[in-house]
Write a protein that binds this ligand. Structure first.
Ligand code: COA
Length: 155
């Protein structure tokens, strides 16, 4: 499995995985996520591709994209409450259903960690939806810890 940054001609394959994530989010949180995988969401991969602050990581084997991640450099200015923050955010993350539980996601996280260290970041952040218990189990297995919670009350 090759873990590396994506090439432009691989973005359509990345979109197949982005649809898997969107379908999962629609099933788990239908009041939040838009069903289907319309042109706006499909073409958003090109917005990410062109943004110098974002990068697309892929796990590729024999020309097949088995996993991907979007990493995003975030800088937040300080506020009266908080210090300024400069970190790497994992915005999107998926391994193809056919390639799960073979350590692909673990390899992608190692790649992202190495990149983050090389660029001088001291922190990687991500957020995830509470219904997604397998993602939580993976992120915890990979060494992430919960540091903040969003709460809601349905009325
Ligand atoms: C979450 C996800 C990325 C994990 O990818 P993966 O390549 O299967 O993960 P790995 O094989 O590297 O798993 C490493 C460890 O994480 C834990 N883990 C991974 N998937 C798990 C699951 N479904 N349930 C419980 N633990 C899990 C296990 O400890 C696993 O080690 P093991 O297989 O030796 O038991 C993948 O299931 C996925 O893409 N899910 C759908 C999209 C998604 O939820 N993305 C994240 C939120 S946007």
């Amino acid at each position: 499995m090759n873990i590396r940054f994506a090439e432009e001609n691989e973005l359509e394959q990345v979109n197949i995985l982005r649809k898997q994530v969107n379908d999962l989010h629609v099933a788990g949180k239908p009041e939040v996520f838009k069903p289907g995988f319309g042109p706006e969401l499909r073409d958003f991969i090109f917005v990410i591709w062109k943004d110098p602050e974002q990068k697309i990581v892929v796990a590729e084997e024999d020309g097949v994209i088995c996993g991907f991640a979007v990493i995003h450099h975030i800088f937040k200015a300080g506020s009266p409450f908080m210090k300024e923050r400069d970190f790497l955010d994992i915005d999107e993350f998926c391994v193809d259903e056919a390639h799960r539980r073979k350590g692909v996601a673990t390899q992608m996280i190692e790649f992202i960690k190495d990149f983050a260290k090389e660029k001088g970041f001291h922190r990687i952040e991500l957020n995830m939806w509470e219904f997604n218990k397998s993602a939580l189990a993976f992120y915890e297995a990979a060494g992430f810890e919960t540091f903040r919670r969003y709460m809601e009350m349905m009325l």
